[in-house]
Design a protein around this ligand. Structure first.
Ligand SMILES: [Zn+2]
Length: 478
Protein backbone atom coordinates (compact mmCIF):
# COMPACT_ATOMS: atom_id res chain seq x y z
CA UNK A 1 0.00 0.00 0.00
CA UNK A 2 1.40 3.38 -0.98
CA UNK A 3 0.91 6.54 1.05
CA UNK A 4 0.38 8.38 -2.21
CA UNK A 5 0.14 7.56 -5.87
CA UNK A 6 0.56 10.14 -8.57
CA UNK A 7 -1.05 8.77 -11.68
CA UNK A 8 -0.79 9.20 -15.44
CA UNK A 9 1.64 12.13 -15.36
CA UNK A 10 4.49 12.49 -17.83
CA UNK A 11 7.36 11.45 -15.59
CA UNK A 12 10.95 12.55 -16.24
CA UNK A 13 13.26 9.84 -14.85
CA UNK A 14 17.02 9.67 -15.46
CA UNK A 15 16.35 7.12 -18.24
CA UNK A 16 13.09 8.10 -19.92
CA UNK A 17 10.28 10.55 -20.29
CA UNK A 18 7.04 8.57 -20.24
CA UNK A 19 3.53 8.48 -18.84
CA UNK A 20 3.66 6.47 -15.62
CA UNK A 21 2.30 6.08 -12.10
CA UNK A 22 4.48 6.91 -9.11
CA UNK A 23 4.05 5.12 -5.81
CA UNK A 24 5.32 6.91 -2.70
CA UNK A 25 5.91 5.37 0.69
CA UNK A 26 7.61 6.83 3.80
CA UNK A 27 8.69 9.94 1.90
CA UNK A 28 10.51 7.99 -0.80
CA UNK A 29 9.70 6.97 -4.33
CA UNK A 30 8.82 3.29 -3.97
CA UNK A 31 7.64 2.39 -7.49
CA UNK A 32 7.49 3.79 -11.01
CA UNK A 33 5.23 1.64 -13.18
CA UNK A 34 2.79 1.97 -16.11
CA UNK A 35 -0.04 1.38 -13.62
CA UNK A 36 -0.11 1.03 -9.84
CA UNK A 37 -2.91 0.27 -7.38
CA UNK A 38 -4.48 3.28 -5.68
CA UNK A 39 -2.65 4.60 -2.64
CA UNK A 40 -4.13 6.05 0.54
CA UNK A 41 -4.10 9.26 -1.45
CA UNK A 42 -4.39 9.38 -5.17
CA UNK A 43 -3.68 12.29 -7.49
CA UNK A 44 -4.46 12.36 -11.19
CA UNK A 45 -1.57 14.10 -12.98
CA UNK A 46 -2.95 13.67 -16.51
CA UNK A 47 -1.49 16.37 -18.80
CA UNK A 48 1.05 17.40 -16.15
CA UNK A 49 4.80 16.90 -16.14
CA UNK A 50 6.16 15.13 -13.07
CA UNK A 51 9.65 16.48 -12.40
CA UNK A 52 12.16 16.09 -9.59
CA UNK A 53 11.89 19.03 -7.20
CA UNK A 54 14.18 21.92 -8.06
CA UNK A 55 17.57 22.18 -6.38
CA UNK A 56 18.68 25.80 -6.10
CA UNK A 57 22.38 25.78 -5.30
CA UNK A 58 22.81 29.55 -4.80
CA UNK A 59 20.40 31.13 -2.31
CA UNK A 60 20.88 33.88 0.29
CA UNK A 61 18.42 33.88 3.20
CA UNK A 62 18.84 34.96 6.82
CA UNK A 63 22.20 36.47 6.00
CA UNK A 64 23.46 39.72 7.54
CA UNK A 65 24.78 42.51 5.33
CA UNK A 66 27.71 44.42 6.79
CA UNK A 67 26.39 47.70 5.36
CA UNK A 68 23.33 48.03 7.60
CA UNK A 69 20.85 46.95 4.95
CA UNK A 70 18.74 43.90 5.78
CA UNK A 71 17.96 40.80 3.77
CA UNK A 72 14.21 40.46 3.21
CA UNK A 73 13.90 36.69 3.57
CA UNK A 74 14.55 34.41 6.50
CA UNK A 75 14.53 30.63 6.22
CA UNK A 76 10.76 30.44 6.70
CA UNK A 77 9.85 32.92 3.95
CA UNK A 78 12.71 32.02 1.60
CA UNK A 79 11.84 28.34 1.74
CA UNK A 80 8.16 29.16 1.18
CA UNK A 81 9.19 30.94 -2.00
CA UNK A 82 11.31 27.96 -3.03
CA UNK A 83 8.38 25.54 -2.67
CA UNK A 84 5.97 27.90 -4.46
CA UNK A 85 8.42 27.90 -7.36
CA UNK A 86 8.86 24.11 -7.50
CA UNK A 87 12.17 24.02 -5.62
CA UNK A 88 12.49 21.58 -2.72
CA UNK A 89 16.19 21.92 -1.81
CA UNK A 90 18.20 25.08 -1.30
CA UNK A 91 21.89 25.63 -0.66
CA UNK A 92 22.44 28.81 1.30
CA UNK A 93 25.45 30.34 2.98
CA UNK A 94 27.39 30.40 6.21
CA UNK A 95 29.25 33.72 6.31
CA UNK A 96 32.42 33.93 8.37
CA UNK A 97 32.75 37.42 9.85
CA UNK A 98 36.24 38.90 9.35
CA UNK A 99 38.22 38.08 12.45
CA UNK A 100 35.50 35.69 13.58
CA UNK A 101 34.92 31.98 13.73
CA UNK A 102 33.61 29.98 10.77
CA UNK A 103 32.34 27.29 13.13
CA UNK A 104 30.34 29.77 15.21
CA UNK A 105 28.87 31.25 12.05
CA UNK A 106 27.87 27.74 10.96
CA UNK A 107 26.27 27.04 14.33
CA UNK A 108 24.23 30.26 14.09
CA UNK A 109 23.09 29.44 10.58
CA UNK A 110 22.03 25.94 11.62
CA UNK A 111 19.93 27.49 14.36
CA UNK A 112 18.27 29.90 11.92
CA UNK A 113 17.68 27.12 9.39
CA UNK A 114 15.54 25.21 11.89
CA UNK A 115 12.68 27.32 10.49
CA UNK A 116 13.17 26.10 6.95
CA UNK A 117 10.15 24.59 5.22
CA UNK A 118 12.28 22.84 2.59
CA UNK A 119 15.46 20.74 2.70
CA UNK A 120 18.71 22.65 2.80
CA UNK A 121 22.47 22.57 3.03
CA UNK A 122 25.23 25.17 3.28
CA UNK A 123 28.22 26.63 1.49
CA UNK A 124 30.92 27.93 3.84
CA UNK A 125 31.91 31.48 2.96
CA UNK A 126 35.49 32.14 4.05
CA UNK A 127 36.40 35.81 4.47
CA UNK A 128 39.40 35.42 6.77
CA UNK A 129 41.45 32.28 6.05
CA UNK A 130 43.60 32.14 9.16
CA UNK A 131 45.59 28.95 9.87
CA UNK A 132 43.08 28.12 12.61
CA UNK A 133 40.18 28.38 10.20
CA UNK A 134 41.84 26.38 7.44
CA UNK A 135 43.52 23.72 9.56
CA UNK A 136 40.99 23.20 12.35
CA UNK A 137 37.56 24.68 11.73
CA UNK A 138 37.28 23.91 8.04
CA UNK A 139 38.23 20.20 8.16
CA UNK A 140 35.79 19.67 11.05
CA UNK A 141 32.96 21.41 9.19
CA UNK A 142 33.65 19.51 5.97
CA UNK A 143 33.58 16.25 7.91
CA UNK A 144 30.15 17.29 9.26
CA UNK A 145 28.80 17.46 5.71
CA UNK A 146 29.55 21.02 4.53
CA UNK A 147 31.21 20.02 1.28
CA UNK A 148 31.43 23.40 -0.46
CA UNK A 149 33.24 26.67 0.11
CA UNK A 150 32.48 30.09 -1.28
CA UNK A 151 35.05 32.80 -1.78
CA UNK A 152 34.76 36.32 -3.13
CA UNK A 153 37.42 37.92 -5.32
CA UNK A 154 35.64 41.30 -5.07
CA UNK A 155 33.68 43.27 -2.40
CA UNK A 156 35.71 45.08 0.28
CA UNK A 157 34.07 43.32 3.24
CA UNK A 158 34.31 39.77 1.91
CA UNK A 159 36.98 39.45 -0.75
CA UNK A 160 40.21 37.48 -0.53
CA UNK A 161 43.50 38.38 -2.19
CA UNK A 162 45.22 35.85 -4.43
CA UNK A 163 47.68 35.17 -1.60
CA UNK A 164 44.72 34.26 0.62
CA UNK A 165 42.91 32.29 -2.06
CA UNK A 166 45.76 29.82 -2.65
CA UNK A 167 45.71 28.22 0.81
CA UNK A 168 41.89 28.00 0.65
CA UNK A 169 42.13 26.14 -2.66
CA UNK A 170 44.76 23.81 -1.20
CA UNK A 171 42.67 23.12 1.92
CA UNK A 172 39.55 22.46 -0.17
CA UNK A 173 41.43 19.85 -2.22
CA UNK A 174 43.01 18.25 0.83
CA UNK A 175 39.74 17.86 2.77
CA UNK A 176 37.43 17.25 -0.19
CA UNK A 177 35.21 20.29 -0.77
CA UNK A 178 34.14 22.11 -3.91
CA UNK A 179 35.12 25.79 -4.16
CA UNK A 180 32.59 28.25 -5.59
CA UNK A 181 33.78 31.64 -6.76
CA UNK A 182 32.37 35.12 -7.04
CA UNK A 183 34.77 36.17 -9.81
CA UNK A 184 35.27 39.91 -10.30
CA UNK A 185 38.44 42.03 -10.25
CA UNK A 186 38.23 43.99 -7.00
CA UNK A 187 40.73 46.80 -7.61
CA UNK A 188 39.48 47.50 -11.10
CA UNK A 189 35.89 47.85 -9.82
CA UNK A 190 37.07 50.20 -7.06
CA UNK A 191 39.01 52.36 -9.52
CA UNK A 192 36.16 52.52 -12.04
CA UNK A 193 33.69 53.32 -9.25
CA UNK A 194 35.78 56.25 -8.00
CA UNK A 195 36.08 57.61 -11.53
CA UNK A 196 32.35 57.24 -12.19
CA UNK A 197 31.44 59.03 -8.95
CA UNK A 198 33.98 61.80 -9.67
CA UNK A 199 32.38 62.30 -13.08
CA UNK A 200 28.90 62.50 -11.56
CA UNK A 201 27.67 59.06 -12.69
CA UNK A 202 25.80 58.10 -9.55
CA UNK A 203 22.55 56.55 -10.84
CA UNK A 204 21.90 52.79 -10.69
CA UNK A 205 22.79 52.41 -14.36
CA UNK A 206 26.45 53.21 -13.52
CA UNK A 207 26.68 49.72 -11.97
CA UNK A 208 27.08 48.29 -15.47
CA UNK A 209 30.07 50.60 -16.08
CA UNK A 210 31.63 49.89 -12.69
CA UNK A 211 31.35 46.13 -13.24
CA UNK A 212 31.72 45.64 -16.99
CA UNK A 213 32.32 42.19 -18.44
CA UNK A 214 36.09 42.71 -18.44
CA UNK A 215 36.23 42.62 -14.61
CA UNK A 216 34.42 39.29 -14.66
CA UNK A 217 36.41 37.85 -17.55
CA UNK A 218 39.77 38.68 -15.93
CA UNK A 219 38.84 37.20 -12.57
CA UNK A 220 37.33 34.10 -14.16
CA UNK A 221 40.53 33.53 -16.10
CA UNK A 222 42.68 34.12 -13.02
CA UNK A 223 40.78 31.91 -10.58
CA UNK A 224 40.72 29.08 -13.11
CA UNK A 225 44.51 29.37 -13.49
CA UNK A 226 45.01 29.28 -9.71
CA UNK A 227 42.69 26.31 -9.26
CA UNK A 228 44.26 24.53 -12.24
CA UNK A 229 47.74 25.00 -10.77
CA UNK A 230 46.61 23.54 -7.44
CA UNK A 231 44.35 20.89 -9.05
CA UNK A 232 41.33 22.07 -7.05
CA UNK A 233 37.89 21.52 -8.65
CA UNK A 234 35.78 24.65 -8.69
CA UNK A 235 32.54 26.21 -9.85
CA UNK A 236 32.23 29.74 -11.19
CA UNK A 237 29.11 31.39 -9.78
CA UNK A 238 26.81 33.61 -11.87
CA UNK A 239 28.50 33.57 -15.28
CA UNK A 240 26.75 36.54 -16.89
CA UNK A 241 27.68 36.40 -20.56
CA UNK A 242 29.97 35.62 -23.44
CA UNK A 243 33.46 36.42 -22.18
CA UNK A 244 33.50 34.57 -18.88
CA UNK A 245 31.64 31.60 -20.38
CA UNK A 246 34.37 31.46 -23.01
CA UNK A 247 37.05 31.34 -20.29
CA UNK A 248 35.24 28.42 -18.68
CA UNK A 249 34.90 26.59 -22.01
CA UNK A 250 38.60 26.99 -22.80
CA UNK A 251 39.55 25.57 -19.39
CA UNK A 252 37.15 22.65 -19.74
CA UNK A 253 38.65 21.86 -23.15
CA UNK A 254 42.08 21.45 -21.58
CA UNK A 255 40.67 19.14 -18.95
CA UNK A 256 40.35 21.46 -15.95
CA UNK A 257 37.61 20.42 -13.52
CA UNK A 258 35.65 23.65 -13.60
CA UNK A 259 31.87 23.97 -13.68
CA UNK A 260 29.77 27.05 -14.31
CA UNK A 261 26.35 28.25 -13.27
CA UNK A 262 24.38 31.13 -14.62
CA UNK A 263 21.23 32.58 -13.05
CA UNK A 264 17.70 32.97 -14.39
CA UNK A 265 17.83 36.78 -14.31
CA UNK A 266 20.57 36.87 -16.95
CA UNK A 267 18.10 35.42 -19.48
CA UNK A 268 15.39 38.04 -19.06
CA UNK A 269 17.04 41.24 -17.78
CA UNK A 270 19.69 43.42 -19.45
CA UNK A 271 21.77 46.39 -18.37
CA UNK A 272 19.02 48.61 -19.85
CA UNK A 273 16.81 47.66 -16.88
CA UNK A 274 19.21 49.60 -14.64
CA UNK A 275 18.24 52.74 -16.54
CA UNK A 276 14.59 52.85 -15.46
CA UNK A 277 13.13 56.16 -14.25
CA UNK A 278 14.04 57.56 -10.83
CA UNK A 279 15.56 54.96 -8.53
CA UNK A 280 13.60 52.05 -10.05
CA UNK A 281 16.87 50.76 -11.49
CA UNK A 282 17.92 49.80 -7.96
CA UNK A 283 15.46 46.88 -8.22
CA UNK A 284 17.61 45.46 -11.01
CA UNK A 285 20.98 45.81 -9.32
CA UNK A 286 22.88 42.59 -8.77
CA UNK A 287 26.47 41.56 -9.40
CA UNK A 288 27.73 40.78 -11.94
CA UNK A 289 25.09 42.98 -13.59
CA UNK A 290 22.79 41.82 -16.39
CA UNK A 291 24.46 42.25 -19.78
CA UNK A 292 23.14 42.48 -23.35
CA UNK A 293 20.66 40.47 -25.41
CA UNK A 294 23.68 39.06 -27.31
CA UNK A 295 25.07 37.78 -24.02
CA UNK A 296 21.70 36.14 -23.34
CA UNK A 297 21.98 34.22 -26.61
CA UNK A 298 25.58 33.28 -25.79
CA UNK A 299 24.50 31.87 -22.44
CA UNK A 300 21.93 29.63 -24.15
CA UNK A 301 24.61 28.44 -26.57
CA UNK A 302 26.89 27.64 -23.64
CA UNK A 303 24.08 25.64 -22.09
CA UNK A 304 23.49 23.81 -25.36
CA UNK A 305 27.20 22.94 -25.72
CA UNK A 306 27.48 21.83 -22.07
CA UNK A 307 29.78 24.57 -20.77
CA UNK A 308 27.17 25.85 -18.30
CA UNK A 309 25.36 23.05 -16.46
CA UNK A 310 23.42 24.79 -13.68
CA UNK A 311 20.93 27.65 -13.49
CA UNK A 312 20.49 28.99 -9.96
CA UNK A 313 18.63 32.04 -8.66
CA UNK A 314 21.29 33.82 -6.57
CA UNK A 315 18.20 34.79 -4.56
CA UNK A 316 19.32 37.80 -2.51
CA UNK A 317 16.27 39.88 -1.66
CA UNK A 318 16.01 43.42 -0.32
CA UNK A 319 12.90 45.50 0.12
CA UNK A 320 12.50 48.65 -1.94
CA UNK A 321 10.20 50.76 0.25
CA UNK A 322 12.06 50.14 3.49
CA UNK A 323 14.69 52.19 5.39
CA UNK A 324 16.76 48.98 5.62
CA UNK A 325 16.21 48.06 1.98
CA UNK A 326 17.78 49.02 -1.34
CA UNK A 327 17.81 52.73 -0.47
CA UNK A 328 19.01 52.37 3.13
CA UNK A 329 21.74 54.96 2.39
CA UNK A 330 19.22 57.56 1.18
CA UNK A 331 16.54 58.18 -1.43
CA UNK A 332 19.17 59.31 -3.92
CA UNK A 333 22.08 57.18 -2.78
CA UNK A 334 24.85 56.71 -5.33
CA UNK A 335 24.92 53.28 -6.96
CA UNK A 336 27.99 52.36 -4.90
CA UNK A 337 25.86 52.59 -1.72
CA UNK A 338 22.95 50.53 -3.00
CA UNK A 339 23.20 46.86 -2.03
CA UNK A 340 23.18 44.40 -4.90
CA UNK A 341 20.83 41.45 -5.04
CA UNK A 342 17.41 40.43 -6.32
CA UNK A 343 14.87 37.78 -5.30
CA UNK A 344 14.40 34.91 -7.73
CA UNK A 345 13.69 31.62 -5.95
CA UNK A 346 10.11 31.26 -7.18
CA UNK A 347 10.78 32.73 -10.62
CA UNK A 348 13.69 30.44 -11.53
CA UNK A 349 11.84 27.43 -12.93
CA UNK A 350 9.19 29.49 -14.76
CA UNK A 351 11.84 31.65 -16.44
CA UNK A 352 14.11 28.79 -17.48
CA UNK A 353 11.14 26.71 -18.66
CA UNK A 354 9.66 29.58 -20.68
CA UNK A 355 12.82 30.78 -22.37
CA UNK A 356 14.36 27.33 -22.55
CA UNK A 357 11.75 24.65 -23.27
CA UNK A 358 8.69 26.63 -24.36
CA UNK A 359 10.67 28.78 -26.79
CA UNK A 360 12.53 25.76 -28.13
CA UNK A 361 16.11 26.40 -26.99
CA UNK A 362 16.52 23.27 -24.90
CA UNK A 363 14.72 19.95 -24.50
CA UNK A 364 12.78 19.11 -21.34
CA UNK A 365 15.61 16.79 -20.22
CA UNK A 366 18.12 19.67 -20.23
CA UNK A 367 15.71 21.82 -18.22
CA UNK A 368 15.51 19.15 -15.52
CA UNK A 369 19.30 18.82 -15.53
CA UNK A 370 19.85 22.59 -15.23
CA UNK A 371 17.46 23.25 -12.38
CA UNK A 372 17.56 19.98 -10.45
CA UNK A 373 19.75 17.02 -11.42
CA UNK A 374 23.02 18.85 -12.14
CA UNK A 375 23.09 20.94 -8.97
CA UNK A 376 22.29 17.76 -7.02
CA UNK A 377 25.19 15.96 -8.75
CA UNK A 378 27.70 18.78 -8.33
CA UNK A 379 26.92 19.28 -4.66
CA UNK A 380 26.81 15.63 -3.63
CA UNK A 381 23.04 15.23 -3.22
CA UNK A 382 22.30 12.92 -6.15
CA UNK A 383 20.30 10.66 -6.45
CA UNK A 384 18.66 11.32 -3.07
CA UNK A 385 17.76 14.68 -4.63
CA UNK A 386 17.50 15.67 -8.28
CA UNK A 387 16.11 12.39 -9.61
CA UNK A 388 12.84 10.52 -9.90
CA UNK A 389 14.10 7.03 -9.16
CA UNK A 390 13.11 4.23 -6.81
CA UNK A 391 14.72 5.04 -3.46
CA UNK A 392 15.05 8.78 -4.10
CA UNK A 393 13.30 11.28 -1.85
CA UNK A 394 9.79 11.95 -3.13
CA UNK A 395 10.56 15.61 -3.88
CA UNK A 396 8.37 16.37 -6.87
CA UNK A 397 6.98 19.24 -8.80
CA UNK A 398 3.85 18.72 -10.89
CA UNK A 399 4.19 21.13 -13.76
CA UNK A 400 1.53 22.43 -16.12
CA UNK A 401 3.56 23.01 -19.29
CA UNK A 402 0.76 24.85 -21.14
CA UNK A 403 -0.39 27.36 -18.56
CA UNK A 404 0.52 30.99 -19.25
CA UNK A 405 1.14 33.32 -16.34
CA UNK A 406 2.17 36.92 -15.90
CA UNK A 407 4.56 36.95 -12.93
CA UNK A 408 3.44 39.12 -10.00
CA UNK A 409 5.04 39.71 -6.64
CA UNK A 410 2.21 37.92 -4.80
CA UNK A 411 2.95 34.72 -6.79
CA UNK A 412 6.50 34.68 -5.41
CA UNK A 413 5.46 33.93 -1.78
CA UNK A 414 8.67 35.62 -0.61
CA UNK A 415 9.54 38.34 1.87
CA UNK A 416 10.52 41.33 -0.30
CA UNK A 417 8.03 43.93 -1.48
CA UNK A 418 8.80 43.54 -5.18
CA UNK A 419 10.18 41.23 -7.84
CA UNK A 420 12.33 42.40 -10.75
CA UNK A 421 10.25 39.99 -12.87
CA UNK A 422 6.93 41.78 -12.26
CA UNK A 423 4.92 41.63 -15.48
CA UNK A 424 7.06 38.98 -17.13
CA UNK A 425 5.02 36.69 -19.39
CA UNK A 426 5.79 33.04 -18.72
CA UNK A 427 4.43 29.66 -19.75
CA UNK A 428 4.64 26.72 -17.34
CA UNK A 429 3.41 26.76 -13.74
CA UNK A 430 4.16 24.57 -10.72
CA UNK A 431 0.71 23.35 -9.71
CA UNK A 432 1.86 21.13 -6.83
CA UNK A 433 5.14 20.67 -4.98
CA UNK A 434 5.81 17.66 -2.77
CA UNK A 435 8.59 17.50 -0.19
CA UNK A 436 9.47 13.91 0.80
CA UNK A 437 5.97 12.81 -0.18
CA UNK A 438 4.11 15.56 1.68
CA UNK A 439 2.16 18.19 -0.21
CA UNK A 440 4.22 21.34 0.40
CA UNK A 441 2.55 23.73 -2.07
CA UNK A 442 -0.91 23.22 -3.57
CA UNK A 443 -0.75 25.81 -6.34
CA UNK A 444 -1.89 28.70 -4.18
CA UNK A 445 -0.81 28.06 -0.58
CA UNK A 446 2.48 26.90 0.92
CA UNK A 447 1.49 24.05 3.25
CA UNK A 448 4.93 23.03 4.50
CA UNK A 449 5.58 24.55 7.93
CA UNK A 450 8.72 26.14 9.40
CA UNK A 451 10.75 23.21 10.67
CA UNK A 452 9.50 20.71 8.07
CA UNK A 453 12.76 21.11 6.12
CA UNK A 454 15.79 19.01 6.96
CA UNK A 455 19.50 19.74 6.91
CA UNK A 456 21.30 17.66 4.30
CA UNK A 457 24.76 16.61 5.48
CA UNK A 458 26.81 15.82 2.41
CA UNK A 459 29.37 13.02 2.76
CA UNK A 460 32.44 12.72 0.50
CA UNK A 461 31.56 12.04 -3.15
CA UNK A 462 33.45 11.22 -6.34
CA UNK A 463 31.95 13.80 -8.67
CA UNK A 464 34.36 16.50 -7.47
CA UNK A 465 37.47 14.30 -7.21
CA UNK A 466 40.59 16.21 -8.35
CA UNK A 467 42.13 15.27 -11.69
CA UNK A 468 45.60 14.42 -10.31
CA UNK A 469 47.23 16.65 -12.91
CA UNK A 470 49.74 19.25 -11.68
CA UNK A 471 50.79 21.91 -14.21
CA UNK A 472 53.74 22.93 -11.98
CA UNK A 473 55.38 19.54 -12.60
CA UNK A 474 55.30 18.25 -9.02
CA UNK A 475 52.64 17.15 -6.56
CA UNK A 476 52.54 19.88 -3.91
CA UNK A 477 50.36 17.69 -1.66
CA UNK A 478 52.74 14.70 -1.57
ZN1 LIG B 1 25.24 35.10 -4.36
Amino acid sequence: MFDLTIRRGTVVTPETIAIADLGIRDGKIAAIEPTLPAGREDFDATDLLVLPGGVDSHVHVDQAFSSGAQIADDFASGSASALAGGTTTILSFVMQPRGGSLQQAAAQQHKLSERSRCDHSFHLTITDPTPEVLEQELPALIAQGHRSIKIFMANASTRLTDAQILPVLAAARTYGALVCIHAEHHELIEWLTQRLLALGHTAPKALAMAKPMIVEREATHRIIALAEALDTPLQIFHVSGHDSAEEVARAQQRGVKVWAETCAQYFVLTEKDLDRPGMEGAKFMFAPPARSTEDQQDLWQRIQDGTITIVSSDHSPLNFNDPKGKLFAGENAPFSKIPNGVPGLAARLPIVYTRGVHEGRIPLRTFVDLVSSNPARLFGLYPQKGAIAVGSDADLVLWNPQQPRTLRNEDMHHGPDHTPFDGLETVGVPVRTYLRGALAFDGSQVLSQPGDGRFLARPAYDYIAPSGHFPAGFNPYA
